[in-house]
Write a protein that binds this ligand. Structure first.
Ligand code: SAH
Length: 464
């Protein structure tokens, strides 16, 4: 091991930074975050750096470096682009046995800055010993995605009970078991879901020796339109901890793959006009499984609150007092539009966008056609494949120009994505000429021409 990782308490201690530019600013920010009192020496100092130094209660020295600047400092940073000067600062510091860091010169350093994941009080440091800082940063980025931003609050919660638990369980094994249960069970779940008060209440119960509290919970999670890269961090985390997964046809297999390996999987269908499991039975199943103490993942295509009947499901859960959390997903309109190169709004073409169900219950009568033909609005029809001829015909009949651009996107964001563009007058015929597979989304409005203008092509998204 070339460098031993240590965490340095700098609060109230003076740190010297030699240099007044961008890099000095970056290092100084970190030091100020850790509570250091900054001393910055440079002939010229950037305004932001000045403010930072004064804010830290430190001193600015607008001149060249002198060895005496090291006096009283517990850590030295050389951040200039003058190599001989950096080397001088390093040797002065080493002679005085004060830790020194020279930016981008590992050989001159006695200490180095790691890449940091900050979930204070939990802090993770990653270092390559200065050999491959980019690699360390990439690893940090991976850790950032694995560790929810609320982890710090979880550590904070544990800190508040640490002494009490230590008193309760003098034996270290018992104590470890106690905290493992806390960090892997419903208490951590609540805290990570932002329900700090509830987490604290449960922890108090646990400390007071209440019987293990193991309520089930339902995660209503939006899985996005198809590309697994479009999942949110929270969705992925809950997918990996749920005991049982109830999913629809719309959830792509590649996404289902990411659920915990040993989780039970239940297909609850939902094909147009063919509901494999009726909605009230799905609701009931969620309630029953949660009552058995299971962590139930209700995984839905797109966003659960957009044509997803998510509202009905949580109504039922609320009626039974079952805890739940809802995780938004990228809805088909956003995903398909982005991957097809069609901005849904645009200063010159559309000032509003509407998401509409194209599932026409009574033929034509149940959509407010008159409202849909106004200028400068983009219309997005979900579930509009079967009704496409009627939708286009009604829009024209009610006054939207027959040459209004329109697009149909099949299996948007997946490797099977296909996009058909035309006008209200000819899109239905174009689509009828091809074998089109569900799910499909229809976008109507002038913004559709931007796809041509942007010279968008299939796969463009994966090229950028
Ligand atoms: N909750 C989902 C929508 C459910 S309704 C969401 O927010 O996206 C089902 C309809 O969504 C489908 O009929 C289709 O119109 C649309 N849809 C979902 N995923 C799609 C995809 N990958 N490509 C095109 N349309 C999609």
């Amino acid at each position: 091991m070339e460098f031993l990782p240590l965490f340095h308490n700098l609060r109230g201690s003076r740190v010297l930074v030699v240099g007044g530019g961008e890099i000095a600013l970056r290092k100084s920010r970190l030091l100020a975050d850790a509570g250091a009192v900054l001393r910055v020496v440079a002939p010229q100092i950037e305004d932001q750096l000045r403010e930072l130094v004064l804010g830290s209660g430190g001193d600015l020295m607008l001149r060249g470096y002198q060895e005496a600047d090291l006096d009283g400092c517990v850590l030295i940073i050389a951040a200039t682009d003058d190599e001989p000067l950096n080397a001088q600062v390093s040797s002065d510091a080493k002679r005085r046995c004060v830790p020194v860091n020279v930016v981008d010169a590992p050989a001159l350093c006695s200490v180095i800055f790691p890449a940091i994941v900050d979930r204070s009080p939990l802090v993770i440091a990653v270092s390559s010993g200065g050999d491959a800082p980019v690699l360390a940063r990439l690893i940090r980025a991976k850790l950032e995605t694995w560790i929810p931003s609320t982890y710090g609050q979880l550590a904070g919660l544990a800190a508040r009970f640490r002494a009490q638990v230590k008193g309760l369980y003098p034996d270290v094994q018992q104590r470890r078991a106690f905290w493992e249960e806390v960090f892997q069970g419903p208490i951590a779940d609540r805290q990570l879901a932002g329900q700090g008060d509830e987490a604290e209440r449960l922890l108090i119960e646990k400390v007071n020796g209440a019987p293990p509290y193991a309520p089930g919970e339902v995660y209503l999670v939006g899985a996005g339109p198809g590309d697994p890269d479009l999942l949110t961090f929270r969705a992925l985390r809950l997918m990996q901890q749920a005991d049982v997964v109830l999913y629809d046809r719309l959830v792509a297999p590649a996404i289902l793959e990411l659920c915990r390996r040993d989780a039970e999987r239940v297909y609850v269908g939902k094909r147009r006009a063919e509901h494999a499991v009726p909605q009230d039975q799905i609701n009931q199943q969620l309630v029953d499984l949660a009552k058995q103490g299971k962590r139930v993942l209700r995984l839905k295509g797109g966003d659960p609150f957009i044509f997803g009947r998510g509202g009905e499901e949580i109504e039922e859960l609320a009626a039974h007092g079952i805890p739940f959390q809802v995780v938004p997903g990228i809805t088909a309109a956003s995903g398909c539009a982005a991957y097809a190169g069609i901005p849904l709004t645009h200063r010159d073409y559309a000032q509003s966008v509407r998401f509409i169900t194209g599932h026409l219950k009574n033929g034509t009568s149940d959509l407010p056609w008159q409202d849909l033909v106004g200028p400068s609005q983009t219309l997005v029809f979900y579930m509009g494949l079967i009704g496409l001829p009627i939708i286009c015909q009604q829009l024209i009949l009610h006054g939207r120009a027959a040459d209004t651009p329109a697009a149909l996107i099949q299996q948007g964001t997946t490797s099977n994505q296909r996009v058909f563009t035309g006008t209200l007058a000819d899109l239905p015929r174009m689509v009828a000429e091809h074998e089109v597979h569900a799910p499909t989304l229809v976008i109507v409005g002038e913004v559709v021409v931007l796809r041509e203008k942007l010279k968008w092509f299939e796969g463009a998204q994966s090229q950028v």
